[in-house]
Design a binder for this molecule. Structure first.
Ligand SMILES: *Cc1c(COP(=O)(O)O)cnc(C)c1O
Length: 209
């Protein structure tokens, strides 16, 4: 079985047969010639560089597949767009400010319903799930910025019981410290803009570097 650091560099990409590049090259082409071996046609639907990132992050998390977006908030916008009529999103009272502002000031005026509770109190969460037409629980643990924790396994269990998707914003822990999919999350989200200091994080991860 591959170790964690091996997975992070050898999941999807192998040096290209034509040029031997060891680091995945940046593919800037928007359009691809018809009939290419890997089936690319237009970069919005698939791009060789982005696929390496998507497959690698998914592998580090133990997830089946991944999708890369232009920002963490774009993921939230996309998930909200998947909600059906009158379906609601539940998030915690100390979620990232941008998450709060997007749901309350952008999605809500366009008809998306939301509820806010304290995720450290599971009774409050269950109460909302019983009374409201929740489709998505969006949780963060630890939260940005006050590092509050919530129980992924317990919320995952509640989500399953109520047919709700559990989305975990795992930006602060990263897959090095926490893999929410192994604790019941359906979708795991990262804002990689926060990772300019990743080497400092890894200095504390004994046995992983
Ligand atoms: C920054 C951040 C986001 C939003 O990501 P952007 O890439 O800035 O859109 C979402 N969640 C958390 C926890 C963040 O820190």
């Amino acid at each position: 079985m591959k170790g964690y650091t091996t997975k992070s560099i050898h999941t999807f990409y192998t040096p290209d047969i034509h040029d031997g590049a060891v680091i995945p090259p940046l593919h800037l082409s928007t359009t691809y010639g018809i009939g290419n071996a890997r089936g690319y046609d237009y970069s919005r639907s698939g791009n060789p560089t982005r696929e390496v990132l998507e497959a690698t992050v998914a592998a580090l998390d133990g997830n089946a597949f991944g999708l890369a977006y232009s920002s963490g908030s774009a993921v939230l916008a996309n998930i909200v767009a998947l909600l059906g009529k009158e379906e609601r999103i539940l998030f915690s009272s100390d979620a990232y400010g941008g998450t709060y502002r997007f749901i309350v000031h952008v999605a809500h005026p366009q008809g998306i319903g939301y509820d806010i509770t304290d995720f450290s109190d599971l009774n409050q969460v269950e109460d909302v799930l019983k009374k409201k037409k929740t489709k998505v629980i969006w949780m963060e643990t630890p939260t940005n910025p006050i590092l509050k924790l919530a129980d992924i396994t317990a919320l995952g269990k509640l989500a399953k019981e109520h047919g709700v998707w559990l989305v975990v914003d795992n930006t602060f822990a990263s897959p090095i410290l926490q893999r929410p999919a192994t604790h019941g999350a359906d979708i795991v989200v990262y804002s990689t803009t926060k990772y300019t200091h990743i080497t400092q994080v890894c200095n504390f991860c004994e046995g992983m570097t």
